[in-house]
Design a protein around this ligand. Structure first.
Ligand SMILES: C[S@@+](CC[C@H](N)C(=O)[O-])C[C@H]1O[C@@H](n2cnc3c(N)ncnc32)[C@H](O)[C@@H]1O
Length: 275
């Protein structure tokens, strides 16, 4: 790995953002109306939106789920968060949601996309008392994530931690062994830790739409692997799944009456406790 400073920013060398290749983080930023994306990202995102115009509302619904789930878990007293697949900062980042409930909550953010790290300092803004750090690492190497100095410094793994995997596990195809990755992370966390998971699905999409979307991401830096409700549920084996279980993200403990079609949004969400 490149030598990095404490914010995960590469030291002494420029970062190649590869603007000519669509990046999921920047495409997602475009869906959310952000400005941190390049023409190749916008073109790819527009092709995905042409196939499935609901991508944008799905991204927003996913953000809403994460905010509610983080607030809920913080309300249970969990004050340390490991958020892998952070994304480009947007409204309602994990530290903002957590610190709204527990001002001293600490967050370690992890992402493998250099552009996310270039925005790391923006993440540090805010009035919370808690500390945050941003680390460049890959979910596919969970041992390296757990061994990172930022994790040792900010998180006490002898106390419960909330592991946040928002819309990232679907970038790991089966050959990357997402279940093993998840198990490695959870095994390192204390009993009482929680997993906040959201995961894309094609359960409600016609095959033709699914294939077009998959085709767009096949040309990006990471493929998109939608999984069925049963497959997402299987990631939670051995954990205590909080009510209402594995549901489409708008249906997870909504703050207001969900809109029509909320049960067919292409993203599942769940929160589960490590016994
Ligand atoms: C769709 S965004 C989700 C952002 C945020 N978690 C959310 O749900 O709103 C997915 C993020 O995961 C990151 N990502 C994808 N594959 C990854 C990997 N193997 N390791 C670490 N981060 C990854 C991308 O760079 C991107 O920032």
């Amino acid at each position: 790995m490149d030598q990095q400073d404490g914010w995960g920013t590469d030291v002494g060398q420029s970062v190649d953002l590869r603007p000519e290749v669509p990046h999921p983080a920047r495409m997602y930023d475009y869906y959310l109306g952000g400005k941190d994306n390049f023409p190749a990202d916008r073109e790819a995102a527009e092709r995905a939106l042409a196939a499935n115009p609901e991508f944008r509302s799905t991204a927003r619904a996913n953000r809403g789920f994460l905010q509610r789930a983080v607030r809920h878990v913080a309300g249970l007293g969990i004050d340390q968060f490991l958020d892998i697949g952070t994304g480009i900062p947007s409204a309602g980042n994990t530290h903002e949601s957590a610190q709204a409930v527990l001002p001293h909550a600490t967050v370690v953010y992890v992402d493998n996309d250099p552009i996310v790290l270039t925005h790391a300092r923006a993440l540090m803004a805010g009035t919370g008392l808690g500390r945050t750090a941003v680390l460049r690492a890959d979910l596919r190497d969970p041992t390296a994530v757990l061994a990172a100095p930022e994790v040792a410094e900010l998180l006490d793994l002898d106390r419960p931690v909330a592991l946040v995997l928002g819309a990232v596990l679907h970038f790991l195809p089966d050959e990357d062994e997402p279940a093993r990755v998840l198990r490695t992370l959870l095994d390192a966390l204390a009993p009482g830790s929680h997993l906040i998971l959201s995961h894309g699905t094609a359960d409600f999409l016609p095959a033709e739409v699914r294939d077009r979307v998959t085709g767009v991401y096949d040309r990006a830096t990471a493929p998109l692997v939608g999984r069925s409700r049963a497959e997402v549920r299987a990631f939670l084996d051995g954990l205590e799944i909080l009510e209402p279980g594995v549901v489409t993200v708008p249906l997870w403990r909504p703050d207001a009456e969900p809109a029509a079609g909320a049960d067919r949004v292409s993203m599942y969400g769940a929160v589960a406790r490590r016994p």
